[in-house]
Ligand binder design. Sequence first.
Ligand code: FE2
Ligand code: FE2
Length: 136
Amino acid sequence: MGVIYWNRMKHDVKVKLLNEQHQKLFKVLKELYDAMENKSDKKALKNIIDNLFLYVKEHLETEEALLEKYNYPELEEQKEQHKAFVNKINEFKQEFEKNSFMLYFDMAIFLKTWIANHIEEIDRKYADFLNNNNIF
Ligand SMILES: [Fe+2]
Ligand SMILES: [Fe+2]
């Protein structure tokens, strides 16, 4: 199971800012893989978890605000999935504090699943909707 990279064919949501924010999540995933390979210490993992909280604050909130502004019909689905993401990141933080051995692995699986199921499927559904509202 390897790292995955942002790819226009698969991950483009046709809005520059949101694509840039999504790319940051891929960067966090890469950091996680690097940390796993280098058997990095707690500090590296702490940094990755902090970056995930930053992603929540920066991206999930921007996305929801934008979709809300234009009355996106599937906003509820977005919000529910975002909430589940936040809950999971909180869980990882708790596991981190307990020094969980499997944490790197679990986080990598979770982020890759999120990218495939959320960014690739659910987020891409709003691309044309936002473009039709002149958001690019
Ligand atoms: Fe989303
Ligand atoms: Fe997103």
